[in-house]
Write a protein that binds this ligand. Structure first.
Ligand code: ZN
Length: 234
């Protein structure tokens, strides 16, 4: 890794989600130079087994010669997160509760103690949309992401607002149906149980939809929904 702020420096970005763990080498202007991803071991019961995928993603990135220019690491994780403590407890990754992801990433031999910043994945998305995307130029915005779960982040008075623990604007676990299904978060009828990609696919299957033969994206959605209905946390 290079010294912080050196010319031509790069940022290693890691995105931890309930379905996949992705990594990228990103230039300070936001250009993505290398991307890799692996499926999340979401059924694992051992925290280290889930983290092994992060290790593999970092190894993939470090194999790129441009890794030598990396001087810091950014981690965006499914929430809830605790940016003050550097820990994450993603609802959709049951093995991780108050998992010290910042310390674990910093201890990787390739990272070697370089600065590691943690944010909620939806807050990271919000920062990107405010910097380069749909929220550019707006002083106030709420950016919503629908994937394995439902997340959101806030821009207030021109600045991304993560809140003290990094979970401000995290709408996915607001109850929208008082009689709704129980959620792994402990509540009931959460927005995420209705509107996440996995919930939408499960609903479509319940209504009789079947993926057309040979349609990889549909087949993937169906497989996810089947696993969701089999009792996996979604
Ligand atoms: Zn919930």
């Amino acid at each position: 890794m290079s010294a912080p702020g050196e010319n031509g420096s790069m940022i290693a970005a890691i995105d931890i989600g309930g379905t996949k763990i992705a990594g990228g080498l990103v230039a300070p202007d936001g250009t993505l130079h290398h991307r890799t991803e692996r499926p999340t071991r979401r059924r694992a019961t051992d925290p280290g087994e889930v983290f092994a995928t992060v290790t593999e993603v970092v190894a993939d990135l470090a194999a790129d010669p441009r890794w030598a220019r990396v001087d810091r690491v950014g981690v965006g994780s499914a929430g809830p997160v605790d940016i003050a403590r550097g820990t994450v407890s993603p609802v959709n990754i049951g093995a991780w509760r108050a998992f010290p992801v910042v310390a674990e990433v910093r201890a990787l031999p390739q990272v070697a103690g370089a600065p590691v910043a943690l944010g909620g994945d939806a807050v990271a998305m919000t920062a990107a949309e405010h910097w380069r995307g749909a929220a550019r130029g707006f002083a106030n915005a709420l950016c919503l992401v629908v994937s394995t779960g439902v997340g959101a982040g806030l821009v207030l008075d021109g600045r991304v607002y993560p809140g003290p623990t990094g979970n401000a604007g995290h709408l996915g676990h607001i109850t929208v149906d008082l009689e709704g299904e129980p959620c792994p978060c402990g509540s009931r009828g959460c927005l995420e149980r209705v509107a996440s990609g996995t919930a939408i696919a499960a609903w479509a299957l319940d209504q009789g939809w079947r993926a057309p033969a040979g349609a990889p994206s549909g087949a993937t959605a169906a497989a996810v929904a089947d696993s969701a209905r089999a009792g996996d946390p979604i």
